[in-house]
Ligand binder design. Structure first.
Ligand code: ADP
Ligand code: MG
Length: 156
């Protein structure tokens, strides 16, 4: 799972398939199919942590899920970012920049909605802890987030 990390990626936020993430208090900003197809095809599905920035805004901690996209009968992946920050408004159509740093766990099925939410809360706590480590904080300051026209260089 770690082979492609850190992974830098930028793309437009599109409408998801209404899994009701926002209703659970955990909205996930979805990347377009085109952006998802640019990902390494062998990147593991599961939950990751990293940094994210909307437009030219501040850089925030995030948790990210790479999963199977039910809209495409689970033959295509979906990439969804939950930014650990409270936004005043939705940001559909804006450019989301992320760096994926580490892997937390594989995808799982849960017996209940409560169990799912509890697991996500744990993922968020784990992401917060990991991202406070000096080696990970460093990437928050990466030029990638400050130069919108900057070149995307992965695996460096
Ligand atoms: P969809 O199915 O369209 O992805 P969600 O319920 O997952 O709907 O909500 C995602 C949308 O919520 C994002 O596209 C974004 O515009 C908005 N949003 C607001 N706050 C956040 C946040 N902290 N992290 C991610 N998206 C957020
Ligand atoms: Mg979503």
């Amino acid at each position: 799972a770690m082979r492609h990390l850190p992974y830098f990626c930028r793309g437009e936020v599109v409408k998801g398939f209404g899994r009701g993430s926002k209703q659970l208090g955990i909205p996930t900003a979805n990347f377009s199919e085109q952006v998802v197809e640019s990902f390494p095809s062998d990147i593991s599905t599961g939950i990751y942590y990293g940094w994210a920035c909307v437009g030219n805004g501040d850089v925030h901690k995030m948790v990210l899920s790479i999963g199977w996209n039910p809209f495409y009968k689970n033959i295509k992946k979906s990439v969804e970012t939950h930014i650990i920050h409270t936004f005043k408004e939705d940001f559909y159509g804006e450019i989301l920049s992320i760096v994926i740093i580490g892997y937390i766990r594989p995808e799982k099925n849960f017996d209940s909605l409560e169990a799912l939410i509890a697991a996500i809360q744990e993922d968020i706590e784990e992401a917060k802890r990991q991202l406070d480590l000096p080696e990970h904080l460093k990437l928050k300051e990466d030029n990638f987030f400050h130069l919108p026209e900057g070149k995307i260089v992965n695996n460096h």
